[in-house]
Design a protein around this ligand. Structure first.
Ligand SMILES: CC(C)(COP(=O)(O)OP(=O)(O)OC[C@H]1O[C@@H](n2cnc3c(N)ncnc32)[C@H](O)[C@@H]1OP(=O)(O)O)[C@@H](O)C(=O)NCCC(=O)NCCS
Length: 357
């Protein structure tokens, strides 16, 4: 049997070869963000409100985190209901109908219930076809994880339009007696529709994603109870095991490190310099983390999209909420490069490079 000759094959690319060995260009699909949406609960919890709940003050919260206020869901609002509203907006924004969607993926650490998946709730509530629907848990990096999964599924077919949603009701797992964490988090949902399209000339859409995880640092940000290791018992409830626990200083240090690495990796493997990036849409955890990232990447703060002052950290919802507001405010002009970058419990992290059509 003749051995295949790979010597003239184009170099490996996650996007596949763009030309044949003889130099002819190959028409290949690209995956674009065709629509975005978000939902924020109406109830606002300000730093002043928090001084009535825990021993803190407005100045401390604002200077240490950059957060002024956050949104808190009503008892009737859940991750599922908020996801549904964000999804409705994203589908309309993409000029599509619910029945056009071929796949739904939800990222959340606060699903409506352990199972069935919140994605299945969204699918039926919006009246979609009986398409694939599932949840992914990668904490605050969750949206970047589902974006990469959906990108691969849409690019390789048969899915044409994927709906991806980050949604969180973090107020349900926040320990309102712990002043070091309860000041940080908020509720909300953000969604995007990824669609397959052909391209000619310069490639646009989602160009590349890098993801990572380091389970050895899982203990620095976690909710110990509620899984099969510590199921709900009177003891687990009394000892507050069903709330989020965090070593803030450790998370801070690692967040800066992994977001810098993810950003530099995605720049290097796409042969781009930092000054070619028009905008960065980071996970909205703490303004000081973003300022350190800005200084390390030598990308000025004006190019970072910031809304954490209004919403706090909404975990998996943070990047898609910011993405929607960034697109709406002209932060993502045609032809420009943007990077989405985030980190979260796990420890997990990721970065996605986009060129806007
Ligand atoms: C949580 C965070 C704001 C704390 O800021 P910090 O500068 O690291 O503060 P420290 O934890 O060192 O605490 C400093 C002091 O403030 C106190 N403090 C903590 N929370 C406070 C609050 N809400 N109000 C007033 N004082 C507070 C501490 O008790 C400590 O007092 P001490 O020096 O007397 O012991 C910061 O570590 C952080 O943002 N970390 C990353 C968290 C994150 O992004 N998590 C989500 C990941 S997706």
């Amino acid at each position: 049997m003749k051995t295949p000759d790979f010597s003239t094959a184009p170099p490996f690319s996650r996007e596949g070869p763009t030309e044949t060995p003889s130099g002819q260009s190959i028409s290949e699909p690209s995956v674009v963000i065709s629509g975005t949406g978000h939902y924020l609960p109406h109830k606002v919890l300000t730093n002043t409100d928090l001084t009535k709940i825990v021993d803190t003050n407005e100045e401390w919260i604002l200077t240490r985190t950059g957060i002024s206020e956050r949104r808190i869901a009503e008892p009737t609002e859940t991750s599922g209901t908020m996801a549904t509203e964000a999804a409705r907006m994203a589908i309309a924004n993409a000029n599509l109908q619910a029945e056009d969607i071929d796949l739904v993926i939800v990222a959340t650490i606060t699903p409506d219930q352990p199972f069935p998946a919140t994605a299945c709730y969204v699918q039926t509530t919006l009246g979609m076809r009986t398409i694939a629907a599932f949840d992914v848990e990668a904490a605050c990096s969750g949206f970047l994880y589902i974006l990469d999964i959906a990108h691969a599924m849409v690019r390789n077919g048969p899915y044409r339009h994927a709906l991806i949603i980050g949604t969180e009701k973090l107020s349900a797992i926040t320990d309102w007696q712990d002043r070091s964490t309860c000041i940080l988090f908020g509720d909300g949902a953000g969604a995007a529709v990824l669609s397959r399209s052909s391209f000619s000339g310069k490639k646009t859409g989602i160009l590349d994603t890098t993801l990572g995880a380091d389970g050895a640092n899982g203990h620095i940000l976690q909710m110990p109870g509620g899984g099969c290791r510590i199921p709900a018992t009177p003891d687990s409830i009394t000892s507050r095991q069903h709330f989020l626990k965090m070593n803030g200083r450790e998370v801070f240090k690692l967040a800066v490190k992994v977001m810098e690495k993810a950003s530099l990796d995605i720049l290097a493997r796409n042969h781009l310099q930092a000054d070619e990036i028009h905008s960065i849409i980071p996970h909205q955890a703490n303004i000081r983390i973003i300022e350190m990232l800005s200084s390390r990447l030598e990308i000025p703060m004006e190019r970072f999209f910031i809304n954490l002052d209004q919403y706090g950290n909404t975990s998996a919802a943070s990047i898609p909420i910011a993405l929607h507001e960034a697109r709406e405010s002209g932060f993502c002009p045609s032809g420009a490069y943007s990077i989405l970058v985030g980190f979260g419990a796990g420890l997990t992290w990721g970065a996605t490079l986009i060129r806007w059509p």
